[in-house]
Design a binder for this molecule. Sequence first.
Ligand code: AOS
Ligand code: ZN
Ligand code: ZN
Length: 388
Amino acid sequence: MSDVSAVKAALKSQVIETPSWGYGNSGTRFKVFAQPGVPRDPFEKMEDAAQVHAFTGVAPKVSLHIPWDKVADYAALTRHAEGLGLRIGAINSNVFQDDDFKLGSVTHPEAAVRRKATDHLLECVDVMDETGSPDLKLWFSDGTNYPGQDDIVARQDRLSEALTEVYERLGEDQRMLLEYKLFEPAFYTTDVPDWGTAYAHCLKLGPKAQVVVDTGHHAPGTNIEFIVALLLREGRLGAFDFNSRFYADDDLMVGAADPFQLFRIMHEVVKNGGLTSETNVNFMLDQCHNIEAKIPAVIRSVANVQEATAKALLVDGDALGAAQRSGDVLASNAVLMDAYNTDVRPLLAEVREEQGLGRDPFAAYLASGNQERIAAARVGGTQAGWGA
Ligand code: AOS
Ligand code: ZN
Ligand code: ZN
């Protein structure tokens, strides 16, 4: 796309969904470092998400995680979010923090445990009804640690049964987003380890089931943009869980470890129609800010996605197509690299100015005094955190 006004319009209409858990305390299994000013409940998490939206203009949606964001009155939480200019995004289920799920949740060998897990997923659909959320996001920690521990195919059958029951419960405008992850917490087999397994289940379920690509959930060296291109071609790319990784599921800020990979992913998204509202790809962040301040880290992440998107939008599609058709390997690669090497920060600064925002959302937030304000105001109570 070389028409600058079209590039700007595309950037203004992009929506990036932020995760409620990104605003809470988080850490590794070694230590959670508490930070001042962290939200004490889901209502305060909405206030922090609203700050990100206020300074970036492209983050009006927030993913919830049940039960971490369990409240007595979801209508009140939704009203609170709407009052702040937000809407509720994906509802993330949690079938990984209960003793009963030691050997699995929906794939557990015992029917009673599978029932409990499926009931939780159905409860998440109830929350969707109450909040107006369109997306049910499913991630299963299910798997085994030792060869012979359980029957691989029987576990797939149990998974399929549960997914079918939940799929049938979905309303007209609700969809199921199935996430895969190579390993962890299971170390030998994982029941949804890769896009192929997720895709096979989605195909069987029907058109309202789509795959989530969490960028941190692959083996090193995996060509993630190929997966993205293929899922888009099949109409089954439902969402991203953006983050970056150096080693495993690091959940670091998106674009921090490998901005070139993020660009390559966004190039496939742009080229294959993934930015359009018809395709309806949900651009979510799934990150934990263990040592850095949370709101500015989310702002930085949103800006990183915007920068990759802007570069992808600047790829000269005509020149690329011509070079590819003529078999000119170096010229086609050069077209892509020209876009990647463009400094898009001035363009994004203009876009923000046109939206009535500060040119640099990160600096504008730091200058706003909000960080000091919440640190002083949110004293007492229990700070919300990953897993709380
Ligand atoms: C876990 O590794 C996944 O990335 C899930 O998306 C998970 O539900 C999310 O990280 C919140 O815990
Ligand atoms: Zn994820
Ligand atoms: Zn993850």
